[in-house]
Structures are given as C-alpha cells and as structure tokens.
Write a protein that binds this ligand. Sequence first.
Ligand code: NAD
Length: 480
Amino acid sequence: MAQSMYIDGKWVQSASGEQFDVVNPATFDVIDRVPSGNQEDVSNAVAAAHRAFSAWSKTTALDRSNLLYRAYEILLERANEIAPTLTLEQGKPLNEAAGEIKFAAEYLRWYAEEARRIYGDTIPAAAPHKRIIVIRQPVGVVAAITPWNFPAQMVTRKIAPALAAGCTVVLKPSEYTPLTAIALFSVFEEAGFPPGVVNLVFTNPGDVFGEAILADARVRKITFTGSTRVGKYLMKGAADQVKRVSMELGGNAPFVVFDDADLDAAVEACVASKFRNAGQTCVCANRVYVHENVIEEFTEKLKRRVERMKVGSGLEEGVDIGPVIHAGALKRIQAQVDDAVEHGARVVLGGGPVQPAGLKGAFFAPTILTKVSDSMRVCQEETFGPVAPLIPFASEEQVVELANRVDYGLAAYVFTRDLERALRLGESLEYGIVGLNDPLPAVVQAPFGGWKSSGVGAEGGYYGMEAFLEYKYLSIGLSR
Ligand code: NAD
C-alpha cells in the first residue's frame, strides 16, 4: 500500500490513482510510493483550506498557540524516530537529520509563542471625532512549496507562522522528499488541528501544483523555497491575481578569510559551511576567498581536515558526507569541476564521483580546487555539492567587490580578528545574512532571507509573521 496525501483531515490517494516512486539516493533503490496528485487533488486541498479558513482565522491566538505547542512537543518526541526516514529519502547523515527535525520543531515552538503577539496600533487622530485603529489579519489560504534539502525544517518554517497568523495551508513538498512531510503531517493530525487547516498534496513534477495554485483565486499567498528559476516563474504568475509572495531562493555565498583570522577556526568553519548536507544548503560557502598571504597554509590545513571525512550512507555510523540528491546533481557538479579544470583550476582533493563499498548511489568526493578564478562556472553558479573552490585575494576593497559581483544575495561569511573590518564588511556585503566568524548563522529567532535574486521577504523570528498578515485600518467616526 502506498503512502497517502492529507486533505481535509483525511489520508487519501490521488484522484487518478497514480503514484510515483521515492528513491534512496545512497542506493537508487525505491523505498516507497506516494500518490501523484493532479489539478483535481490540488483543487480539493485548496477547497478544504478555503472552507476551514473562516473558522480557523477566528480562533483565539491562545488556541492556535496551544495547538502549535502540542505539535512541537510531539515532533520533538519523535525526532529520532523520524530521522531515518529523512536520511533514507534525502541522504544526509543521521545525526544531521535528527538535528534538522529538532530544529524544525523549534519553529513550531517559536510561532506558538509568536501567535500571541500579533499586535496592532491605535493612532492619535487629527480630528476630535475620529479614532484610528490598525489591526492585523491573516492573509487567507496559503500555498507552500518546499525543496528537498531540508525536508523538515523548510516545512515548519513556513507552516508554523502561517498557522499562528490564522491562515490555512496547502503544502507541496519536493517530489524527492515526500516521506518526511508525511511524518510531519501525522504530527499535525495528532496535535489536533481541525480538518482543512493543514493539507498535504504531492505532484510530480512540481509544475502541476504551480499551475493549479496560480489559477486558483482562493489561494491568496504563495510561500516558496527553492531555485531562483522556479521562484521567478511563480512571481510572474502570481502577478495576475496580485497574490502575495514570499520567496526563499538560491544562493552563492562568498566565504572570506583574512590573513589575521584564526586559521584553524576558519578551516573548521569552512568544513561546517561547505560540507554539511554534502554542500547542498542554500547558505553554504560557494566561493572561498582566502587572503594571498595565507592561502597556501589554509589549503594545506583544509586538505588535511577534509581527507579525514568519511563518505557513505547517512545511516552508517561515523559518516560525514552522504550522497547528493540524484544522478542529475552528480552530473551538474561534475560539469562545474570540469569547466574549472579546463580553465586552469587544480584539483587538490576529490574531483569526481566515488563509490563507497556496497553502495551504488549518487556520491561525489569532497573536492578542493585551487587556482580558481571568478569567471569559472563553479563561482558563477550555485554548486549545491561538496566542492570548495579557493580563490586568492589581495585587499579588502577587492574582495568586497568580488563578493558582491553576483546576482545572488543570501548569505556571506567573513573570518577576521579585526572587529572594525568585520563590521565594515558586515555593512558593505549585499547579503541578507552575514556570518562574522560564524559559519552557521541560521537560528529560529532571526530573519532568514535573501537580497537580489535570492528572494523576497524573510522567514524566522517575529519577522516571519509579516508574510502571513495583512494590515487593516479601522477609521471610526464618532457622533460627538
Ligand atoms: P526547485 O526549485 O527545483 O524545487 C523546489 C520546489 O518547487 C519543489 O517542491 C518542486 O517540486 C517545486 N516546483 C518545481 N517547479 C515548480 C513549478 N513550476 N511550480 C510550482 N512548484 C514547482 O529547487 P530544489 O532543487 O528542490 O531546491 C534547491 C534550491 O532551493 C537551491 O537553489 C537552494 O539554494 C534553494 N533553497 C533556498 C533556501 C532559502 O532559504 N533561500 C533554502 C533551501 C533551498
């Protein structure tokens, strides 16, 4: 029996009866099958969310908070039980998977708290017989679309604030990672959200969902995390009905190491930023700029550190780097490395696919490239793989110019012991997130969002509520 979608409080199959496979990227084995939804399924889910909206949007903040808090408790309790499912379909090491699910739970807790702080304003009027009140109200039915690289965290980072605000939701997770979403929805079901408040549909490919929600006037808001290409398509489509959009898109993070940095700490930070999740995070270091005075020493230290990393199935104890998501990703990463080598880069470590014993999946060796220049594809494009291209720089002005030269603006990193320089770069880098001597800045309470082609809006913290609320101004005329 295949898995199910969750629509209007019921676990259901697709209208067409069709299904698609879920594949383990470490072995290419089919691990499960899920319903393949079509326009009718999406419409049913939107209809359920639309019906549920009127009652849900009028619940008290305390009721919504309590349900979110209950979901937080259940998810935290089940984190270790769900982690192997996440690893099986996505590939990341089990400890990273368990960590991600606990982090996903934190969004439920944060927005359980934030639900109770949807404040408005009263504003002094200019006329004596007038009163001005501003209230915040939920935007309506939300369509949420998430990627495969964080199959748990990306879901709660959207759904928790949407529900806290009083919106109802239809989620379409990535076709590569539907099973973690199913586990999350069984948590929502157990927590006791009323039917229709949260709905889960799968479509393969994602376009089916995109077309359906863009055409459906009942959907008032699209919140999307994924590639810039799909984000642009959704933004254009949303313009027709002036739907609200939030876009968390691709990145191309510069990781800058000055010659006064603590080099050992910078190497550890580079490993954490670059090789976590096999280099498949939107904020991971994509271009590593190292001051020319220390690039040789940095390269040597990084090589010695990365050589010790174990590649294999995420389910295996001690594995640091799992597979990338599919064979297509392997090809894309290889093409970038080949392009770099053709144009003069040198492979210090790795450089191609590897096959850990007994596994036939999508593994790419952790790779370090030197003699890299900015015009190479590996610098121009988001790599989304375990490849660290090292580029020398000579001055602060030069590296700021290089760092800002791309269209993306999600995350940037700076390693230096000079506080003034750190602040100068923090202010001049055109990025939504800057890690100053910090490779892992994502936390539940701060705004996570990109500038330029990396997105619109931010998730996390009280900022994340904005996306799901409208202002309403009540102008009150008094008789005297
Ligand atoms: P993707 O854009 O291919 O897919 C993302 C989601 O969109 C999936 O659920 C997919 O099915 C769906 N989709 C695809 N075409 C669609 C369409 N026409 N209409 C509606 N939905 C559609 O991205 P991906 O490969 O799953 O994820 C990797 C990308 O996500 C990278 O670029 C990464 O940087 C980005 N990302 C960004 C953030 C962030 O917070 N900014 C976080 C994680 C990932």
